[in-house]
Design a protein around this ligand. Structure first.
Ligand code: GDP
Length: 308
Protein backbone atom coordinates (compact mmCIF):
# COMPACT_ATOMS: atom_id res chain seq x y z
CA UNK A 1 0.00 0.00 0.00
CA UNK A 2 1.32 3.41 -0.97
CA UNK A 3 -0.28 6.67 0.21
CA UNK A 4 0.28 10.24 -0.89
CA UNK A 5 -0.49 13.07 1.55
CA UNK A 6 -0.55 16.80 0.99
CA UNK A 7 -0.41 19.09 4.03
CA UNK A 8 1.87 16.82 6.05
CA UNK A 9 3.28 19.93 7.76
CA UNK A 10 -0.05 20.56 9.45
CA UNK A 11 -1.72 19.06 12.50
CA UNK A 12 -3.83 16.53 10.58
CA UNK A 13 -1.09 15.59 8.12
CA UNK A 14 1.28 14.70 10.94
CA UNK A 15 -1.28 12.53 12.76
CA UNK A 16 -2.28 10.82 9.50
CA UNK A 17 1.34 10.13 8.54
CA UNK A 18 1.92 8.55 11.96
CA UNK A 19 -1.13 6.30 11.56
CA UNK A 20 -0.17 5.20 8.04
CA UNK A 21 3.47 4.52 8.92
CA UNK A 22 2.36 2.53 11.99
CA UNK A 23 0.22 0.24 9.82
CA UNK A 24 3.14 -0.37 7.45
CA UNK A 25 2.02 1.79 4.53
CA UNK A 26 4.63 3.46 2.32
CA UNK A 27 3.92 7.16 2.80
CA UNK A 28 4.88 9.93 0.38
CA UNK A 29 4.15 13.53 1.24
CA UNK A 30 4.24 16.88 -0.50
CA UNK A 31 5.97 19.66 1.46
CA UNK A 32 6.51 23.29 0.64
CA UNK A 33 10.24 23.90 0.30
CA UNK A 34 9.85 27.00 2.49
CA UNK A 35 8.45 24.86 5.33
CA UNK A 36 11.59 22.75 5.84
CA UNK A 37 11.17 19.42 7.63
CA UNK A 38 7.61 19.25 8.93
CA UNK A 39 7.29 18.99 12.72
CA UNK A 40 6.07 15.62 14.09
CA UNK A 41 6.52 13.95 10.70
CA UNK A 42 7.74 10.35 11.13
CA UNK A 43 11.20 9.77 9.59
CA UNK A 44 9.84 6.95 7.39
CA UNK A 45 7.78 9.39 5.32
CA UNK A 46 9.30 10.16 1.90
CA UNK A 47 9.14 13.93 1.50
CA UNK A 48 8.76 15.58 -1.92
CA UNK A 49 9.29 19.30 -2.19
CA UNK A 50 6.55 21.05 -4.09
CA UNK A 51 3.50 23.26 -3.93
CA UNK A 52 -0.03 21.89 -4.32
CA UNK A 53 -0.79 25.16 -6.11
CA UNK A 54 1.59 24.09 -8.89
CA UNK A 55 -0.97 21.74 -10.39
CA UNK A 56 1.19 20.43 -13.25
CA UNK A 57 4.24 19.66 -11.11
CA UNK A 58 2.10 17.92 -8.50
CA UNK A 59 0.44 15.91 -11.26
CA UNK A 60 3.79 14.71 -12.62
CA UNK A 61 4.78 13.62 -9.12
CA UNK A 62 1.53 11.74 -8.45
CA UNK A 63 1.57 10.00 -11.84
CA UNK A 64 5.17 9.03 -11.22
CA UNK A 65 4.46 7.63 -7.71
CA UNK A 66 1.17 5.95 -8.67
CA UNK A 67 -0.16 5.82 -5.07
CA UNK A 68 -3.12 3.65 -4.03
CA UNK A 69 -4.68 6.50 -2.08
CA UNK A 70 -4.36 10.28 -2.00
CA UNK A 71 -5.29 12.47 0.98
CA UNK A 72 -5.63 16.19 0.29
CA UNK A 73 -5.02 17.98 3.57
CA UNK A 74 -3.05 20.92 2.19
CA UNK A 75 -4.89 24.21 2.28
CA UNK A 76 -4.71 27.80 3.25
CA UNK A 77 -6.17 26.72 6.53
CA UNK A 78 -7.28 29.90 8.16
CA UNK A 79 -10.52 31.76 7.53
CA UNK A 80 -8.87 34.94 8.73
CA UNK A 81 -6.05 34.56 6.17
CA UNK A 82 -8.55 33.84 3.38
CA UNK A 83 -9.87 37.39 3.71
CA UNK A 84 -6.35 38.71 3.18
CA UNK A 85 -5.62 36.40 0.23
CA UNK A 86 -8.93 35.38 -1.38
CA UNK A 87 -7.47 34.67 -4.83
CA UNK A 88 -4.68 32.45 -3.54
CA UNK A 89 -7.23 30.70 -1.29
CA UNK A 90 -9.47 30.01 -4.30
CA UNK A 91 -6.55 28.59 -6.23
CA UNK A 92 -5.02 26.36 -3.53
CA UNK A 93 -8.18 25.26 -1.67
CA UNK A 94 -10.34 25.02 -4.79
CA UNK A 95 -8.66 24.62 -8.18
CA UNK A 96 -5.57 22.77 -6.96
CA UNK A 97 -7.69 20.33 -4.97
CA UNK A 98 -9.56 19.47 -8.16
CA UNK A 99 -6.23 19.19 -9.98
CA UNK A 100 -5.14 16.59 -7.43
CA UNK A 101 -8.47 14.75 -7.73
CA UNK A 102 -7.87 14.52 -11.46
CA UNK A 103 -4.32 13.22 -10.89
CA UNK A 104 -5.70 10.55 -8.53
CA UNK A 105 -8.29 9.56 -11.13
CA UNK A 106 -5.60 9.17 -13.78
CA UNK A 107 -3.66 6.67 -11.71
CA UNK A 108 -6.68 4.88 -10.25
CA UNK A 109 -6.03 6.05 -6.68
CA UNK A 110 -8.69 6.54 -4.06
CA UNK A 111 -9.11 10.19 -3.03
CA UNK A 112 -10.02 11.80 0.27
CA UNK A 113 -10.69 15.53 0.48
CA UNK A 114 -10.53 17.44 3.78
CA UNK A 115 -13.59 19.66 3.52
CA UNK A 116 -14.84 22.09 6.08
CA UNK A 117 -18.01 23.06 7.91
CA UNK A 118 -17.22 26.64 6.82
CA UNK A 119 -18.88 25.87 3.49
CA UNK A 120 -22.26 25.88 5.27
CA UNK A 121 -21.78 29.57 6.12
CA UNK A 122 -24.55 30.75 8.47
CA UNK A 123 -26.65 27.58 8.46
CA UNK A 124 -30.31 27.88 9.41
CA UNK A 125 -30.35 24.23 10.45
CA UNK A 126 -28.52 22.78 13.48
CA UNK A 127 -26.90 20.37 13.64
CA UNK A 128 -25.79 20.31 10.01
CA UNK A 129 -25.75 17.12 7.97
CA UNK A 130 -24.49 16.08 4.53
CA UNK A 131 -27.77 17.49 3.14
CA UNK A 132 -27.43 20.99 4.60
CA UNK A 133 -27.37 23.69 1.86
CA UNK A 134 -23.89 24.90 0.96
CA UNK A 135 -23.83 28.70 1.37
CA UNK A 136 -20.35 29.88 2.38
CA UNK A 137 -19.82 33.34 3.86
CA UNK A 138 -16.07 33.71 3.43
CA UNK A 139 -13.45 33.01 0.72
CA UNK A 140 -12.19 29.96 2.62
CA UNK A 141 -15.64 28.36 2.69
CA UNK A 142 -16.30 29.18 -0.98
CA UNK A 143 -13.06 27.54 -2.14
CA UNK A 144 -13.64 24.48 0.07
CA UNK A 145 -17.18 24.22 -1.32
CA UNK A 146 -15.83 24.05 -4.89
CA UNK A 147 -13.52 21.15 -4.00
CA UNK A 148 -16.27 19.39 -2.03
CA UNK A 149 -18.75 19.61 -4.90
CA UNK A 150 -16.08 18.45 -7.34
CA UNK A 151 -15.50 15.30 -5.27
CA UNK A 152 -19.21 14.57 -5.82
CA UNK A 153 -18.77 15.12 -9.54
CA UNK A 154 -15.82 12.70 -9.70
CA UNK A 155 -17.69 10.16 -7.59
CA UNK A 156 -20.60 10.27 -10.00
CA UNK A 157 -18.10 9.35 -12.72
CA UNK A 158 -17.08 6.25 -10.76
CA UNK A 159 -14.03 7.51 -8.85
CA UNK A 160 -13.54 6.47 -5.23
CA UNK A 161 -13.52 10.10 -4.01
CA UNK A 162 -14.78 10.98 -0.53
CA UNK A 163 -15.26 14.41 0.96
CA UNK A 164 -14.99 14.75 4.71
CA UNK A 165 -16.78 17.75 6.17
CA UNK A 166 -14.52 18.30 9.13
CA UNK A 167 -15.70 20.47 12.00
CA UNK A 168 -13.08 22.23 14.14
CA UNK A 169 -10.64 19.70 15.51
CA UNK A 170 -7.83 20.53 17.84
CA UNK A 171 -4.72 19.21 19.57
CA UNK A 172 -1.47 20.56 21.01
CA UNK A 173 -0.22 20.56 17.38
CA UNK A 174 -2.62 23.36 16.39
CA UNK A 175 -0.89 26.63 15.62
CA UNK A 176 -1.76 29.81 17.49
CA UNK A 177 -3.54 31.12 14.40
CA UNK A 178 -6.52 29.14 15.68
CA UNK A 179 -8.42 30.38 18.69
CA UNK A 180 -8.09 27.18 20.74
CA UNK A 181 -4.31 27.07 20.79
CA UNK A 182 -4.11 30.84 21.10
CA UNK A 183 -6.22 30.49 24.26
CA UNK A 184 -4.32 27.54 25.76
CA UNK A 185 -0.92 29.09 25.00
CA UNK A 186 -2.12 32.42 26.41
CA UNK A 187 -3.57 30.86 29.56
CA UNK A 188 -0.36 28.89 30.12
CA UNK A 189 1.66 32.11 29.74
CA UNK A 190 -0.57 33.83 32.32
CA UNK A 191 -0.31 30.83 34.69
CA UNK A 192 3.49 30.97 34.43
CA UNK A 193 3.51 34.72 35.05
CA UNK A 194 4.82 35.50 31.54
CA UNK A 195 1.69 37.45 30.48
CA UNK A 196 -0.99 39.42 32.28
CA UNK A 197 -3.87 39.12 29.81
CA UNK A 198 -5.20 37.45 26.66
CA UNK A 199 -6.70 39.41 23.75
CA UNK A 200 -9.41 37.77 21.64
CA UNK A 201 -12.16 38.64 19.15
CA UNK A 202 -15.69 37.24 19.13
CA UNK A 203 -16.29 35.28 22.35
CA UNK A 204 -19.88 34.35 21.48
CA UNK A 205 -19.15 32.24 18.38
CA UNK A 206 -20.08 28.62 18.99
CA UNK A 207 -18.07 25.79 17.45
CA UNK A 208 -18.10 22.01 17.53
CA UNK A 209 -14.58 21.21 18.74
CA UNK A 210 -13.25 17.65 18.46
CA UNK A 211 -9.95 15.81 18.96
CA UNK A 212 -7.80 15.93 15.79
CA UNK A 213 -6.57 12.30 15.83
CA UNK A 214 -10.23 11.18 15.84
CA UNK A 215 -10.82 13.20 12.66
CA UNK A 216 -7.78 11.64 11.01
CA UNK A 217 -9.26 8.26 11.88
CA UNK A 218 -12.38 9.26 9.90
CA UNK A 219 -10.23 10.16 6.86
CA UNK A 220 -8.58 6.75 6.96
CA UNK A 221 -11.89 4.93 7.35
CA UNK A 222 -13.31 6.79 4.33
CA UNK A 223 -10.34 5.83 2.15
CA UNK A 224 -10.71 2.18 3.08
CA UNK A 225 -14.53 1.96 2.91
CA UNK A 226 -16.09 -0.10 0.11
CA UNK A 227 -18.02 2.90 -1.20
CA UNK A 228 -16.96 6.57 -1.32
CA UNK A 229 -19.20 9.32 0.04
CA UNK A 230 -19.62 12.68 1.76
CA UNK A 231 -19.36 12.59 5.55
CA UNK A 232 -19.87 15.15 8.28
CA UNK A 233 -17.22 14.58 10.98
CA UNK A 234 -18.18 16.30 14.23
CA UNK A 235 -18.94 15.70 17.90
CA UNK A 236 -22.50 17.07 17.75
CA UNK A 237 -21.86 19.40 20.71
CA UNK A 238 -21.17 23.13 20.38
CA UNK A 239 -19.38 25.35 22.89
CA UNK A 240 -18.74 29.08 22.75
CA UNK A 241 -15.27 30.61 22.57
CA UNK A 242 -16.05 31.90 26.08
CA UNK A 243 -16.68 28.29 27.25
CA UNK A 244 -13.29 27.32 25.82
CA UNK A 245 -11.63 30.20 27.66
CA UNK A 246 -13.32 29.24 30.95
CA UNK A 247 -12.33 25.57 30.55
CA UNK A 248 -8.72 26.52 29.76
CA UNK A 249 -8.39 28.77 32.82
CA UNK A 250 -10.01 26.05 34.96
CA UNK A 251 -7.50 23.51 33.64
CA UNK A 252 -4.70 25.88 34.70
CA UNK A 253 -6.25 26.30 38.15
CA UNK A 254 -7.38 29.93 37.61
CA UNK A 255 -11.02 30.57 38.59
CA UNK A 256 -11.32 34.33 38.45
CA UNK A 257 -10.41 34.94 34.81
CA UNK A 258 -12.86 37.60 33.50
CA UNK A 259 -10.41 40.45 34.13
CA UNK A 260 -7.63 38.59 32.31
CA UNK A 261 -9.36 38.56 28.91
CA UNK A 262 -9.69 41.59 26.61
CA UNK A 263 -11.52 41.92 23.33
CA UNK A 264 -10.11 43.69 20.30
CA UNK A 265 -11.75 44.59 16.97
CA UNK A 266 -8.60 43.37 15.22
CA UNK A 267 -9.60 39.77 15.91
CA UNK A 268 -13.24 40.18 14.82
CA UNK A 269 -14.18 38.92 11.33
CA UNK A 270 -16.28 40.65 8.65
CA UNK A 271 -18.69 37.69 8.87
CA UNK A 272 -18.44 34.90 11.39
CA UNK A 273 -20.84 31.96 11.58
CA UNK A 274 -22.51 32.23 15.00
CA UNK A 275 -22.79 28.48 15.46
CA UNK A 276 -21.42 25.47 13.59
CA UNK A 277 -22.34 22.04 14.95
CA UNK A 278 -22.41 18.82 12.98
CA UNK A 279 -24.37 15.57 13.00
CA UNK A 280 -21.97 12.71 12.25
CA UNK A 281 -24.63 9.98 12.21
CA UNK A 282 -23.65 8.84 8.72
CA UNK A 283 -19.95 8.55 9.60
CA UNK A 284 -20.85 6.56 12.71
CA UNK A 285 -23.24 4.24 10.90
CA UNK A 286 -21.40 3.69 7.63
CA UNK A 287 -17.77 4.07 8.67
CA UNK A 288 -18.08 2.84 12.27
CA UNK A 289 -16.45 6.10 13.38
CA UNK A 290 -16.69 7.58 16.88
CA UNK A 291 -15.05 10.25 19.00
CA UNK A 292 -12.73 9.20 21.81
CA UNK A 293 -11.98 12.48 23.63
CA UNK A 294 -14.53 15.00 24.98
CA UNK A 295 -14.39 18.79 25.15
CA UNK A 296 -13.04 19.24 28.71
CA UNK A 297 -10.33 16.64 28.11
CA UNK A 298 -9.26 18.25 24.81
CA UNK A 299 -8.87 21.61 26.55
CA UNK A 300 -7.06 20.01 29.49
CA UNK A 301 -4.60 18.18 27.22
CA UNK A 302 -3.84 21.35 25.27
CA UNK A 303 -3.32 23.43 28.41
CA UNK A 304 -1.11 20.70 29.94
CA UNK A 305 1.02 20.59 26.77
CA UNK A 306 1.41 24.37 26.83
CA UNK A 307 2.28 24.41 30.52
CA UNK A 308 5.02 21.89 29.75
P1 GDP B 1 -12.27 28.50 12.32
O1 GDP B 1 -13.63 28.18 12.87
O2 GDP B 1 -11.74 27.45 11.41
O3 GDP B 1 -12.19 29.87 11.75
O4 GDP B 1 -11.27 28.41 13.60
P2 GDP B 1 -10.67 29.55 14.54
O5 GDP B 1 -10.09 28.81 15.70
O6 GDP B 1 -9.74 30.45 13.79
O7 GDP B 1 -11.92 30.43 14.99
C1 GDP B 1 -12.97 29.87 15.76
C2 GDP B 1 -13.86 30.99 16.28
O8 GDP B 1 -13.14 31.73 17.24
C3 GDP B 1 -14.32 31.99 15.21
O9 GDP B 1 -15.67 32.26 15.41
C4 GDP B 1 -13.48 33.24 15.53
O10 GDP B 1 -14.14 34.46 15.17
C5 GDP B 1 -13.39 33.12 17.03
N1 GDP B 1 -12.31 33.92 17.63
C6 GDP B 1 -12.43 34.80 18.66
N2 GDP B 1 -11.26 35.36 18.95
C7 GDP B 1 -10.35 34.84 18.08
C8 GDP B 1 -8.95 35.05 17.91
O11 GDP B 1 -8.30 35.83 18.61
N3 GDP B 1 -8.33 34.30 16.93
C9 GDP B 1 -9.03 33.40 16.15
N4 GDP B 1 -8.37 32.70 15.21
N5 GDP B 1 -10.37 33.22 16.29
C10 GDP B 1 -11.01 33.91 17.25
Amino acid sequence: MRSFITGVGGQDGSYLAERLVAEGTEVHALVLSSDGTPPHCPPDVVLHEGDLGDIEATRRLVLDLRPDEVYNLAAISSVALSWEEPDRTAHVNGAAAVGLMESARRCGARFVQASSAEMFGQPTQAPQTEETPIRPVNPYGAAKAFAHLSAGVYRAQGQHASSMVLYNHESPRRTERFVTRKITAGVAAIARGDADHLTLGNLDARRDWGWAPDYVDALLRAARADEPGDYVVATGVAHSVRDFVAAAFAAAGIDDWEGLVRQDERFMRPTDPSELVGDASRAREVLGWSTTVGFEEIVARMVAADLD
